[in-house]
Design a protein. Structure first.
Length: 716
């Protein structure tokens, strides 16, 4: 059965014709023209059935070639099909996207025929007069379309012509004359016209399609998609000019907004892994052409970012970005990043749009949707937990983009499934911490909080200040974002606190408690990796820390902060000038910081007053009084170690004026002594531990403090 016989014939009352049926019908017309060409060739061929035909040239055949003038032979007008494909079909959309005329469509079908019907291979080999060349040559394609070889049709194969420039046709055998070069339609083009929507295989690992068919993920999960006004504004901008838009990330979700804008514009979002593209090496140019062709084939648009991963300020990064924008010209391209777009990067300038944080209400909607989707995917019953407002409240202090939020919701749901229970706020905290990258961990020591409010022994005023720090961190998006309580001046949305007090009074431990309260990790900055003897290097190291910390849901702790946040001094030499420049940089950077930072110091007077003005919370940590010391002794010894009934902790608390850190050190030393004695912890071992701590601190050992225990220790 031929294509003509198998092509469906439908009446007006029939169902709509599918894309495959349309393609099959058009190829049937190509087959008819091939049949006519074969018949014409056989009529003038003296030995049409020669099995070695096409592998040698007889003298008679040479004479026929010399006598023929095929290139100038008259061609009947209207000998190729000029009918357009039905509106809305894949073939019609392809022609519109690539700017193809009717002749281009016919040439594409001629080139594509062997990939759909193997019979065309043998027929093309016969018509090419070379059985080894089973794809149509340019001259044969023009002949099948009824065009003279010397006519204007040959210009449809120039590098700038739509078919070639758009990647719809590949021309092989470049060493041959133009008319003898073979034509091939890429597999992706053929697959697309046959109904395949999977991205080109060459883009595997480089391009991610958020949802099949360009539909929002929210619609797939059964929920209503979030209708953000800025998405429609971006969608309108995509339809103007070159279609280039730049989203300036100010703490929002530019990637998710870009996908939503493309969907609103009726485009299929293609999210590009920019790091993978930059690492492609010699394949970059090919991948860019493939990406541009994929976007035009599927009526899509590209999402590119963050641009920082491409480093466009460097020549190679700028060249790659310029090549991508040129290839995608006229096709929507949304780039995003935290830095402003440099007009020198590309020929066309984008439409700039600032992307702000969604605010508490928007973030809560995103969490509910993500938790509901995750619950369904992992089998949680009826998504009971996602509706719990306690869960949403637990995430108020986090800043996540759409992808991180989705991953965190999935991890939290899987943790709940492991124990066959609903999702708990602790699951969310654990899942969010798992989204923190390792960039900051290379510059600071990462601590997972293991202590809570019950482990702290502090004056009420200090605890109030710690509570205020947690409160500010939890509601900063509402107060500083929605209500705009810190306008102008390039100020960030960070929260900065100072913990001042003598060593061992609980400053670091308090920072750990606040981190646990917020469900975050604590990153302690190692000053040895920051301070550098070379001028300008310290500032560079600090900038790397601040940049990484802005993308992490954690608390940045500068222990012994007076070492780098000290007072500016009068300039007497170059060293003083550099020190003042370093302090001035820190003043500016702390004000624009978007994260949470805690500075600790033993010497508050050494801090520059300008730093103090920029602090949100100042907590004083005094030396504990006798009542607090008793509580510290009891908690540091814990409940597991056996105690001698004669152990007098009230005596220790009243006589030994030690900070919490020193009391903990004494408790640990006494525990070791008790373990060695294999007896319950006694007063002798505690006093011995205190004496060792006094010597370590360089303090005088007075009989008025130790009483009878001093004589007993000396008598040993």
């Amino acid at each position: 059965m031929t294509m003509t016989e198998s092509a469906p014939v439908r009446g007006a009352a029939d169902l709509p014709v599918t894309d495959v049926e349309i393609l099959w019908e058009r190829l049937a017309r190509v087959e008819q023209r091939v049949r006519h060409a074969v018949a014409a060739r056989r009529a003038t061929d003296p030995e049409p059935d020669d099995p070695y035909r096409g592998q040698y040239l007889t003298p008679e055949a040479v004479e026929r070639v010399l006598e023929s003038r095929d290139a100038f032979a008259p061609v009947p007008e209207g000998s190729y099909v000029t009918e357009s494909a039905p509106t809305g079909s894949r073939l019609a959309r392809l022609a519109g996207s690539f700017g193809l005329v009717a002749l281009d469509v016919e040439l594409l079908l001629v080139a594509m025929a062997p990939d759909i019907d193997a019979r065309f291979e043998r027929l093309y080999g016969y018509l090419n007069d070379d059985l080894t060349r089973r794809r149509p040559a340019i001259g044969l394609a023009l002949e099948l379309c009824g065009l003279p070889a010397a006519g204007s049709g040959r210009f449809r194969f120039q590098p700038s012509a739509p078919l070639v420039a758009g990647g719809l046709l590949e021309i092989g055998d470049p060493e041959r004359p133009l008319l003898s070069r073979t034509l091939r339609a890429p597999d992706r083009v053929t697959a697309h016209l046959l109904g395949d929507d999977e991205p080109d295989g060459r883009l595997r690992g480089l391009v991610h399609v958020p949802a099949p068919g360009g539909e929002p993920e929210d619609r797939l999960s059964g929920g209503e998609p979030e209708d953000r006004p800025e998405a429609h504004r971006i969608a309108a901008a995509l339809a103007t000019g070159s279609g280039l838009v730049h989203l300036l990330d100010r703490g929002g979700d530019p990637s998710g907004l870009a996908v939503e804008a493309l969907t609103a514009a009726g485009r299929r979002p293609l999210v590009v892994d920019i790091a993978a593209l930059a690492a492609a090496g010699d394949r970059v140019a090919e991948l860019i052409r493939t990406l541009a062709a994929e976007a035009r084939l599927t009526h899509g648009g590209a999402v590119l970012g963050p641009l920082e991963a491409l480093a466009p300020e460097r020549p190679e990064g700028a060249r790659l970005l310029a090549s991508l924008c040129t290839a995608m010209s006229g096709t929507p391209l949304i780039a995003y990043g935290k830095k402003n777009w440099d007009p020198l990067w590309t020929r066309d300038s984008p439409v700039p749009v600032a992307v702000l944080p969604p605010g508490p209400a928007g973030a809560a909607r995103q969490w509910r949707r993500a938790l509901a989707d995750a619950a369904r995917s992992v089998g949680l019953p009826d998504a009971q937990a996602p509706a719990d407002d306690r869960l949403i409240e637990a995430t108020a202090s986090y800043r996540l983009d759409t992808d991180q939020l989705r991953k965190a919701a999935t991890v939290a749901s899987r943790l709940a499934v492991l124990e066959q229970r609903p999702v708990h706020p602790d699951d969310l905290r654990t899942a969010v911490r798992a989204q923190n990258g390792a960039g900051l961990e290379r510059l600071a020591r990462r601590i997972e909080p293991a202590v809570g409010w019950d482990d702290l022994v502090l004056p009420p005023a200090t605890r109030t200040q710690l509570t205020e720090l947690a409160l500010r961190a939890r509601h900063r998006e509402q107060v500083l974002g929605e209500w705009g309580m810190r306008p102008g001046g390039g100020r960030g949305r960070g929260v900065i606190a100072l913990f001042a007090g003598e060593s061992g009074t609980g400053k670091t431990m308090s920072a750990e408690v606040v981190a646990r309260e917020l469900g975050m990790e604590l990153y302690v900055v190692d000053l040895s990796t920051v301070v550098d003897k070379y001028i300008g290097e310290t500032e560079k190291n600090l900038e790397r820390i601040f940049v990484e910390a802005s993308d992490v849901n954690g608390i940045l702790l500068f222990d012994e902060a007076d070492a780098i946040f000290g007072k500016r001094s009068q300039v007497k030499d170059a060293h003083d000038k550099h020190a003042n420049v370093e302090s001035a940089y820190l003043l500016q950077r702390m004000e624009s910081f978007d994260g949470i930072a805690v500075l600790t110091t033993n010497l508050r007077a050494n801090l520059d007053e300008a730093f103090t003005r920029r602090l949100d919370v100042i907590a004083e940590f005094p030396i504990p009084d006798a009542e607090q010391r008793l509580a510290l002794w009891d908690r540091c010894l814990g409940t597991s170690i056996p105690r001698d009934p004669a152990l007098d902790l009230e005596f220790c608390a009243a006589r030994f004026e030690l900070a919490g850190g020193s009391i903990r050190a004494c408790a640990v030393t006494a525990a070791y002594l008790a373990a060695e004695s294999r007896a319950p912890l006694a007063m002798d071992q505690v006093v011995t531990a205190v004496l060792q701590e006094y010597r370590k601190l360089g303090r005088l050992v007075l009989e008025s403090e130790f009483g009878p225990w001093l004589a007993k220790e000396r008598g040993r």
